[in-house]
Design a protein around this ligand. Structure first.
Ligand code: NAD
Length: 557
């Protein structure tokens, strides 16, 4: 039987969800508090990347169904925004308890649909749970400001009010954490929400929605619509949606940023990455190698904060071989195998893309120190597995360096000095397509000609072509001086000093610079609350009003 997103699977152990209708694999939408089947005849298979079993099917939501989800959110907004903040927080308190109780169920679903190991899947849920815990303190986070007696008998204060209906569009790589970056903050601020999970692994969002309803969230406050480009475009264009949160690739992110901004929405768009680890010769060898291997190959390299590129400075270049030894010792297997260090990549297409980029590196002169492309996992011969792969002597002009590989591939480069290493990191380029320069030239000419037609859309797309990734970067060193120089000069949103994956806890914000982020206000932390609220400034006067009429601009008296 089909159980919690696991069709006929050997891993099924948990109870059937309330939104499960009959024997259909089809996942329903969540509209106005009810799990409703889509009338669309089109759907996408959700495939277990370790086995190729069809786990479930995601409907391509129709325009009418999408609109009814937005209408449900719009209808729920007036009463939800007037629900006391303490009541909204209490629902988050309950949600965090329910997530803890259902941790295994969530993790199993993630492993089944996404492929990562169960332990890693628990980490995925846990990092999202921390945002829920953070949202439990929303009353303090949402506080406004007050200045008394700005003029005689007059006070001014500002309050942070919710925006209305907000929407979130999610990537495949963190099926629980990233939806949890979005809706807990948005709804606890008093907004209502329309979530579009990744079509590759929607199950965790469905479980979370069910838990949120159990926690007491009123109908219509959280809605879920499934689909791909058309649903995303409908979100960007809908006049009732006030803000869009996006996490995913640059191609989708820049499109969404431009299209949704053009229709007057706030947008926060977290996008791709090429994160570098700079290794100084004075770093602690063991700790650094362990960190590099874990951050390069964990989650099969499919983390936006994966350290995919190592820049060895000076004599640390001799550590390359040691990385290979440690990488060889990792066990590749199905995520349900408790011994597995890394699971499969998300799809056959993803595997082909990773293998193609590795091959292009070899053909351009990189040394393949470890090749995981032909790995076979007994019992899972159909799985999209790639073993740890290490490419050395990579240079900045190689395709494998310029593209975000998003697989278990560690690229090694060399620099003589810290300055040179910082320069490499800051110059890495994001490219929208694997361009030839002629094509780029034609695109620029086309964009200029059509600038007046597409207004800011093309301008933003063009800008993104010339930007460089700036998601995360880390330095490994025992020198405070080197660390401080790196922290100051590096162009990245998240900086790690002897910390390989510096994903901030939710009282800070997850940032990103250059081509890794578009927008002004980042996810969670203070910026997250600011993103989902707008300021209203009130000036009040409680005194005997002066007589007479003055048409002059009022000034402080
Ligand atoms: P993706 O862009 O393919 O998909 C993300 C979402 O966008 C999905 O819901 C998808 O349906 C939608 N989408 C995809 N193409 C679209 C299009 N042309 N028009 C409209 N909507 C579209 O991303 P992914 O493959 O699911 O995720 C991997 C990417 O996400 C990587 O680039 C990774 O670096 C990035 N990521 C970034 C962060 C971060 O915080 N910076 C975090 C996680 C993942």
């Amino acid at each position: 039987p089909w159980i919690f997103g696991v069709a006929n699977s050997r891993f099924s152990t948990v109870a059937e969800p309330s939104w499960r209708h009959g024997n259909s694999l089809r996942i329903p939408n969540l509209i106005g508090g009810s799990f409703v089947d889509s009338h669309s005849s089109d759907s996408i298979d959700v495939i277990n990347p370790a086995t190729q079993e069809v786990v479930s099917q995601v409907p391509l939501t129709t325009k009418e169904e999408f609109k009814s989800a937005v209408s449900a959110a719009k209808e729920a907004f007036p009463s939800w925004r007037n629900t006391p903040i303490t009541t909204r927080q209490r629902i988050m308190f309950k949600l965090q308890e329910l997530i803890r109780k259902n941790m295994d169920k969530l993790a199993l679903n993630i492993t089944t649909e996404q492929g990562k190991t169960l332990k890693d899947a628990q980490g995925d849920v846990f990092r999202g749970l921390e945002v829920v815990e953070h949202a439990c303190g929303m009353a303090t986070l949402q506080m406004g400001e007050y200045v008394s007696n700005v003029s005689n008998g007059i006070d001014t204060y500002s309050i942070r009010e919710p925006l209305g209906v907000c929407a979130g569009i999610c990537p495949f790589n963190f099926p629980a954490m990233i939806p949890l970056w979005m809706f807990p903050v948005a709804v606890t601020c008093g907004n209502t929400f329309v979530l579009k999970p990744s079509e590759k692994d929607p199950g965790a969002s469905m479980i979370l929605a069910e838990l949120l309803m159990e926690a007491g969230l009123p109908d219509g406050v959280l809605n879920i619509v499934h689909g791909t480009n058309d649903t995303v475009n409908a979100i960007c264009d809908d006049e009732d949606i006030r803000a869009v949160s996006f996490v995913g690739s640059n191609t989708a992110g820049m499109h969404i940023y431009s299209r949704a901004s053009a229709s007057g929405k706030r947008v926060q768009s977290n996008m791709g990455a090429k994160n570098h680890g700079v290794v100084m010769p004075d770093a602690n060898v063991d700790a650094t190698l362990n960190a590099l291997v874990a951050a390069g190959f964990g989650a099969a390299g499919q983390r936006c904060m994966a350290l995919s590129t190592v820049v060895f400075v000076g004599d640390s270049k001799f550590w390359e071989e040691k990385i290979v030894e440690r990488a060889k010792a990792l066990k590749v297997g199905a995520g349900t195998d408790p011994e597995a260090d890394l699971g499969p990549v998300i799809s056959k297409q993803a595997k082909e893309r990773v293998c193609r980029l590795v091959q292009s590196g070899v053909e351009s002169g990189a040394r393949l120190l470890l090749d995981g492309r032909n790995i076979k996992v007994p019992g899972y011969e159909q799985g999209n597995f790639i073993g740890p792969t290490v490419l050395a002597d990579v240079t900045a002009d190689m395709e494998c360096y310029k593209e975000e590989i998003f697989g278990p591939v560690l690229i090694c480069m060399q620099a003589d000095t810290l300055d040179e290493a910082i320069n490499i990191v800051n110059r890495n380029k994001y490219r929208l397509f694997p361009f030839r320069s002629k094509l780029l030239f034609m695109f620029v000419v086309f964009s200029l000609i059509n600038f007046s037609l597409f207004e800011n859309y093309n301008a933003v797309m063009m800008l993104s072509l010339f930007c460089r990734y700036g998601n995360g970067a880390a330095i490994f060193t025992s020198s405070g001086l080197a660390a401080r120089k790196f922290q100051t000069e590096i162009e990245a949103g998240q900086v790690g000093i002897n910390v390989p994956i510096p994903v901030p806890l939710p009282f800070f914000s997850f940032t990103g610079s250059k081509a890794s982020f578009a927008g002004d206000l980042n996810f969670y932390g203070k910026a997250g609350v600011q993103f989902y609220t707008q300021i209203k400034t009130v000036t009040q006067q409680w005194k005997d009003l002066p007589g007479g009429v003055s048409l002059a601009m009022p000034t402080s008296q």
